[in-house]
Design a protein around this ligand. Structure first.
Ligand code: EPU
Length: 419
């Protein structure tokens, strides 16, 4: 299994180009199932999660062609049952349920299990499908959704953790071909939901309100092929902003959408860094003094859970006491034990990490446990004395396109060791 070795202490400087968004691309690729006509999706990042999604689409019968960042998909005649062997590798496979239900009124996928960031139910997705008139059956580890016809309905996707991002996308994708009007209350407001809605609209769907808490969908008879460019990855961008904060002497991100990053740049400014934004670029300069933070992860437009681990890596060496609370995935703290092995002083109190900044971290062998935790370990390694050896790096390849090469171009010293 590949390892990453991060030799700490190098300063970062220069410009890094941000890739297309993984979490936008995954449901958008699934949405191509809604039409028999060809669709072309560009700025699709080269990541293992994307590869799994394209494999699922091929197994369902789609013609898939990929050339660098552009994917062409034609979902002519398709199957409605996704094979377990591929589906089990990626939780986001559940987002084929909505389009298959919308088009074929029949869809089966394996139920996603828990994952290291916690129990990850899909009850809200299923509640949405039932409200549209589908029957949900769970047996043999599979979830099957079936309907004679889908009828527009008023659906609430609120949960005690806020809304659901993939659930909102799933219900939206089923509702675009339903009879009548569907209203989703408590919809997720994330930019990835807006991007999916934009793609569906370009396919002929009638959707209003994406990006707000209430989305209205007027069902249409059929959708047609379309072209779409995926939005920039705000979490990859946020991760590079934190890298720049940790050990940068002025780093610019290009091809970003600064509006999507306000919840990340605001606390970084509060922590003492200077950030300037232009229409599609952002530059972070070191400040004269770093300050600790109090952070709470919440759904968009608040501070994202997907940036929590990376911020912990920054705060680990920020003088003073920082307090970071997870409100979206209360168990998402697998990185804490690894950061502590590198010398961080962090105490976990339920879903809150209390971080007492230390002057330095030291390199150590550490284990990547999930995607964002792995990114946090790379960031910790950048500022550590000596070498940090990160094992199980396949987690990082699920969601960061060439993170090692991109950081090296900025001046880091990172090696990938093939096992
Ligand atoms: N939830 C339920 N019931 C459901 C669905 C969700 O209770 O039916 C709960 C979850 O357990 C969680 C909260 O609602 O506590 C939010 O989960 P959400 O459904 O929004 O998560 P998701 O759509 O499955 C996406 C991203 C995650 C990101 C979350 C939150 C994709 C492929 N994944 O997951 O990204 O953390 O939204 O923003 O879009 C990552 O990229 O590293 C990642 C984990």
């Amino acid at each position: 299994m590949d390892k990453i070795l991060v030799h700490g202490g190098r300063r970062l400087r220069g410009t890094v180009k941000i890739s297309g968004s993984k979490n936008s691309a995954l449901p958008i690729l699934a949405a191509t199932l809604l039409t028999r006509e060809p669709c072309t999706i560009s700025r699709v990042p080269d990541l293992s999660d994307i590869h799994y999604m394209l494999t699922i689409l091929s197994e369902l019968g789609c013609e898939v062609e990929r050339a660098s960042g552009t994917v062409q998909i034609r979902a002519g005649k398709i199957l409605t049952h996704a094979p377990y062997e591929i589906v089990r590798k990626m939780r986001a496979s559940v987002c084929i349920l909505g389009p298959l239900l919308g088009r074929e009124h029949d869809a089966t996928v394996s139920l996603p299990g828990g994952c290291v960031i916690g129990d990850r139910p899909i009850d809200l997705h299923l509640r949405g499908f039932e409200a549209l008139g589908a029957v949900v059956r769970v047996s043999g580890g599979n979830v099957k959704v079936l309907a004679d016809r889908l009828r527009g309905a008023r659906i609430s996707l609120r949960s005690k953790f806020g809304s659901t991002v993939l659930g909102t996308g799933n219900v939206m994708m089923a509702a675009v071909l339903a009879d009548g009007v569907t209203t989703i209350d408590g919809a997720a407001e994330e930019p990835e939901v807006v991007d999916l809605a934009r793609f569906l609209i370009s396919m002929g769907a009638k959707i209003e309100g994406a990006g707000t808490r209430t989305i209205t969908i007027e069902g249409v008879k059929e959708l047609h092929g379309a072209e779409h460019e995926v939005i920039p990855d705000r979490i990859e961008a946020g991760t590079f902003l934190v890298a720049a904060a940790i050990s940068g002497d002025g780093v610019t991100l290009s091809r970003v959408e600064p509006r999507h990053l306000e919840a990340v740049s605001a606390p970084l400014r509060e922590a003492g860094f200077e950030i300037t934004s232009h229409s599609s670029s952002m530059t972070l300069q070191p400040g004269s003094q770093r300050r600790p933070l109090k952070l709470d992860t919440v759904p968009y437009p608040g501070f994202p859970t997907d940036m929590q681990a990376q911020m912990c890596a920054l705060l680990a060496t920020t003088d003073g006491i920082s307090v970071v609370t997870e409100h979206v995935f209360p168990n998402r703290f697998m990185h804490v034990a690894e950061l502590k092995r590198m010398g961080a002083n962090i105490e976990l109190q339920n879903a809150t990490a209390v971080i007492q900044g230390v002057p330095r971290l030291g390199g150590a062998p550490v284990m990547a446990s999930d995607l964002r935790a792995s990114a946090a370990l790379v960031l910790a390694g950048l500022q550590a004395d000596g070498t940090t050896e990160i094992n199980r790096v396949y987690h990082i390849d699920r969601g960061y396109e060439s993170i090692d090469e991109k950081l090296n171009e900025l001046g880091a010293s990172i090696e990938r060791v093939k096992a």
